[in-house]
Design a protein around this ligand. Sequence first.
Ligand SMILES: Cc1cc2nc3c(=O)[nH]c(=O)nc-3n(C[C@H](O)[C@H](O)[C@H](O)COP(=O)(O)OP(=O)(O)OC[C@H]3O[C@@H](n4cnc5c(N)ncnc54)[C@H](O)[C@@H]3O)c2cc1C
Ligand code: SF4
Length: 643
Amino acid sequence: MSPDLSGAERRIFAAAAEAIIGEPVGDDVVDAALPFIRGLPAADRALLGLLLRMLEYGAPLRTGRRLTRQSRDRRERYLRGWERSRLALRRQGLASLKALAALAYYGRDAAWGEVGYDGPWLGRVDVAVLAAPDLAAGVVRGRELRSDLRLRAQACVIGTGAGGAAALARLAERGIDVVAVEAGGHFTAADFTQRELDMLPRLFQGAGLRATSDKAIAILQGAGLGGSTLHNTGLVCPTPPGIAGRWRSEHGFPLEGMVLDRYLAEAMDALHAVPIPPERVNPSNEALRRGAQALGWQHRIALHNRSECCGCGYCMLGCAYNRKHNAALTFLPRAVAAGARILADARALRIEGRAGARRVVCELMDGNGQPTGQRATIEAPLVLVAAGALDTPALLRRSGLGNGRVGHGLRLHPSAVVAAVFTRNVEAWRGLPQAVLVEEFAQFLERSDGRGGFLIIAAAAWPGMTAALVPGIGAPHRALMREYPRFASAAVLVHDETAGRVDVARDGRPIARYWPGREDREELRRGVHALARLYLAAGAQRVHLPYADAPPVRTEAELDSALAQARAAPHRLSLSSVHPQGTCPLGARRHKSAVDPHGALWGERGIFVCDTSVFPTSVGVPPQVTTMAVAAATADYSVDERQ
Ligand SMILES: Cc1cc2nc3c(=O)[nH]c(=O)nc-3n(C[C@H](O)[C@H](O)[C@H](O)COP(=O)(O)OP(=O)(O)OC[C@H]3O[C@@H](n4cnc5c(N)ncnc54)[C@H](O)[C@@H]3O)c2cc1C
Ligand code: SF4
């Protein structure tokens, strides 16, 4: 099936999008959806075609007319039936269409005036781009190669995000001849346009539409040199002592005391971690601080990895001014300076060969993330896999490597977003997106067994992503979007105990299966209650809850009654994840873990895992620093073991 829409599909999509958004939808909106649709895996693209046909030809059964021949009001009523349907598949279909329509409609410059968004700084606010280390000498772009490539090295690192970049720098600085392969492209500040329509398809896996198998939980993960650190929001949080203690006592995690502190300190130094100055807290984060203060709740301003930040707010779309110290500006230049070679646009398909003679076989990708037909093969006795918590287990399983625990243990830090409408403008899209951490309910930070609780952190806020998260469709959704400048929103981020899993589809892509278990759902409800109370205490006029059937609330009494009726089923409770982890858990017992405590894949000499996959439980806090520390330790061990 063609990744683009046929003429009929375009018409049906436009008709549905119009009813969802509550505004006329022209060709420009349909065109804006195409980069997202092209980023869908083939199976999801086929499902989209089926969904559009079901909408068009199923409509007459209920309404007597095809979807495209109904008035907008009628279409809106029909789609509301899907939104509230008892059939999870209908709710799923509607949710997928809503995400596409919201991103395409509100991602366009033409829609910004309608919602009071003042748009990117580039081209209108003068901010200097800081000089950055030049990676060019060490990077080959797969998209520019016209023939197959064969390289030999002592080690190959797969993926260059938080884990891969830290491991690569460590190996190179220890004198190992190492090659890294990265599925995404090599982006620099000049590529970051501060526009959702450009950057989500470029920087995020699946064009930003990756999700669990039933599409009930959006999973954001990065692609490109630097991985998810390219677009992350810059919070720096060392591993909580209780979590490290739990990993040690229950799973044999080898880093303790001063050794762990040293690896964490090295990661934080590399990131130039510093406290966020209190005067840099933006109005959206200020609302969190105000509410927490009013209720006497524990909160603090976090550390971050920015210098000379101008507060444009676009960190999640890539920093156009080189002011966020992501892995592509820190670890990768160090690695290249020490002699590492990096192959961008190279997606590892599988690891072949036997111990001592491994081959990493990659397909090369073009600028649109499609295979060019060329291959690259890296021959190396040592392989470190850091393709992220979904792609690492998928790659190992495609390669027939590892035991039955590979893919098991998925944690998501499932996040429910609560949105508050204030009487004054908040303009949450401007300034540092995340600064205040509400830790009142994060028991895992205090408890020696590292269990229980959740964090509250501000959520990202451009028009397209906001429209995808804002509840409802049609006229109510449109009315809410007109209040966009007065929104603040934050996420309840649960330290989850639910263990999901990653399977591999027939076409080789990862399939994440996860829905929070009863206790985590209860924790989410407690968190939503707490966050809504906090916003009311901060002076919010109205608070919108992430449960589809919950009305907006204005008082604590309304909140209690709304939550009493709320159902936490897929597509009734809106959830997302930016921290997938735990899919190749480390452990001392091989029948309960995928890798040993040092990250070595059980039963396979010379293959290590060094990304968030190895966490044996949820880490509770934003994971970049823990990932970098663990990856550097794994790289050290992999070298020491060979000597
Ligand atoms: C929106 C967002 C905001 C975040 N904010 C924060 C924050 O403020 N603080 C914090 O600590 N953490 C934050 N995180 C999380 C943090 O960035 C990640 O947890 C961390 O980067 C994970 O590291 P990783 O090495 O496991 O994977 P990643 O950093 O995701 O890197 C994996 C890399 O592997 C590549 N890859 C995948 N498959 C293949 C393949 N087959 N072959 C070759 N390469 C492949 C990918 O393209 C990617 O570049 C955020 C994440 C997101 C999505
Ligand atoms: S707010 Fe983010 S994107 Fe903007 S300058 Fe600071 S680090 Fe860069």
